[in-house]
Design a protein around this ligand. Structure first.
Ligand SMILES: *[C@@H]1O[C@H](CO)[C@@H](O)[C@H](O)[C@H]1NC(C)=O
Ligand SMILES: *[C@@H]1O[C@H](CO)[C@@H](O)[C@H](O)[C@H]1NC(C)=O
Ligand SMILES: *[C@@H]1O[C@H](CO)[C@@H](O)[C@H](O)[C@H]1NC(C)=O
Length: 410
């Protein structure tokens, strides 16, 4: 699941660090991040886009609750001057949980989704969720405070996504095409179900969609989700969930001690058997991710795994739920309310342990009254969760289909 999409990476990183699995040495000879440009100093445009010969602008948008998010805009493709006169269509690209916008840029440039979209005539905007390294500022709160981390993905629905969509819409004056992966699909679906964003949206491509998580089939994932709700308050309180921090490290180690949990190959244990990751890309991934999120967000995701239903954050105590929602139980996000004529492209993988095939089928069932010609579904038997962002053949298998989907919307 999403939690795991993230946790998997977090856990993988920790695992590799802890056990010093020998890594191949060629990572740093390739492409972008391994060279002299330090992404934590110069940002995503400088470290991962401009080095490949593309224009790239750093933008900033402030949410209604005060978080200052970074966005990278790649306004055109490589080597093409913007002479054609036709206005380019904007695309917003949204990563999943525990990673940031950099994850789309870790393969050689001709394999990276944002650059492929730019080369094919789109005006590309890469979003970065609150709490990740380039979106950690707030108008008044400091990331060292608990108040800064007092949010779950409900707030991404209420604040982050509307801020990004309003900004891109106002800058481009055009309806937006959307690509989301993992948590980026859940937040989008929840938003659409409440009628949010849809007036500014042209179409949406959802890769490794997560909405229902009850079939998530990895032992570690299930144990993590079950443990999470119980351990949250004692272990983390209302705080940053930093996969590189000691508390999370200890938490993951304790999970790996459960009988039946094999932590030898965590990436596989958590995301499924990714078919198509290049080891040099995984090395770059480990240099750049994982990123923090809020513990409350992880708990909300864990609730989704346990309950099998899509609801707002559950405060568990009825009086707290009443205080926040006016009801004893948190309100549901009813995906059947997504406008039936919204163009949707969904791609899911047969080996994805987070976005389990049965859960995706449950999602598709919720969308069964969607206009048939506005719904396009792709199934890739050999793909798992991370193949969708970093697979060396994702262009051939997935991104070309996304391009053709976008180009077919009038
Ligand atoms: C967290 O936010 C809720 C409102 O969503 C508020 O009731 C609560 O006091 C906040 N807690 C902290 C520590 O800021
Ligand atoms: C993996 O990356 C290395 C280094 O860039 C490259 O030489 C190799 O061809 C890549 N393998 C695949 C299958 O793309
Ligand atoms: C969700 O919405 C559909 C269509 O609007 C409605 O028929 C259904 O009863 C709703 N489900 C829930 C659980 O509220």
């Amino acid at each position: 699941m999403a939690l795991l999409g993230l946790m998997s990476f977090a856990a993988l990183t920790l695992f590799l660090v802890l056990t010093t699995v020998p890594r191949q040495a060629h990572a740093s000879s390739r492409g972008n991040l391994g060279r002299n440009i330090n992404p934590s100093v110069y940002g995503i445009c400088a470290s991962s886009v401009i080095v490949h010969g593309y224009k790239c602008q750093e933008h900033e948008v402030t949410t209604d609750d005060g978080y200052i998010l970074s966005l990278q805009r790649i306004p055109e493709g490589r080597g093409k001057s913007s002479g054609s006169g036709t206005r380019k269509q904007p695309v917003v690209i949204q990563h999943g949980v525990l990673v940031d916008g950099m994850t789309w840029l870790l393969n050689p440039p001709e394999q990276d989704l944002p650059l492929i979209l730019a080369d094919n005539g789109f005006d590309v905007w890469i979003a970065n969720t609150r709490g990740t390294r380039y979106s950690r500022r707030h108008i008044s709160l400091d990331p060292s405070s608990q108040a800064y981390w007092n949010w779950s993905w409900d707030e991404l629905v209420s604040y982050d996504f509307p801020a990004v969509f309003n900004y891109v819409f106002s800058q481009t004056g055009q309806k937006i095409n959307y690509v989301g992966h993992s948590l980026g699909t859940l937040v989008a679906l929840a938003s659409f179900s409440e009628g949010k964003l849809v007036n500014q949206l042209k179409s949406a491509a959802l890769l490794s969609p997560i909405a229902y998580l009850s079939h998530m089939n990895t032992a570690l994932g299930v144990v993590a989700a079950k443990s999470f709700v119980g351990e949250i308050t004692t272990l983390f309180g209302l705080a940053e969930f930093n996969p590189k921090g000691l508390a999370v490290d200890a938490f993951l180690k304790s999970l790996c001690a459960h009988p039946g949990i094999d932590c030898y190959d965590l990436l596989t244990a958590l995301t499924g058997k990714n078919c198509c990751l290049n080891s040099s890309t995984v090395d770059l991934f480990l240099m750049n991710e994982p990123q923090s999120t809020s513990t409350k967000n992880m708990v909300h995701l864990a609730q989704t795994v346990r309950l099998g239903a899509l609801t707002k954050f559950n405060y568990v105590r009825p009086d707290y739920n009443i205080m926040h929602y006016g009801e004893i139980f948190p309100p549901i996000y009813n995906l059947s309310n997504i406008p039936h004529d919204l163009p949707l492209f969904i791609s899911y993988g047969g080996r994805d342990a987070l976005s389990d095939v049965r859960d995706v089928e449950n999602l598709l069932d919720k969308l069964k009254f969607h206009d048939e010609n506005k719904r396009s579904v792709q199934f890739i038997q050999e793909y798992a969760h991370a193949d969708y962002i970093m697979g060396f053949n994702a262009k051939d298998l997935v991104y070309n289909a996304v391009l053709s989907f976008f180009n077919h919307q009038v």
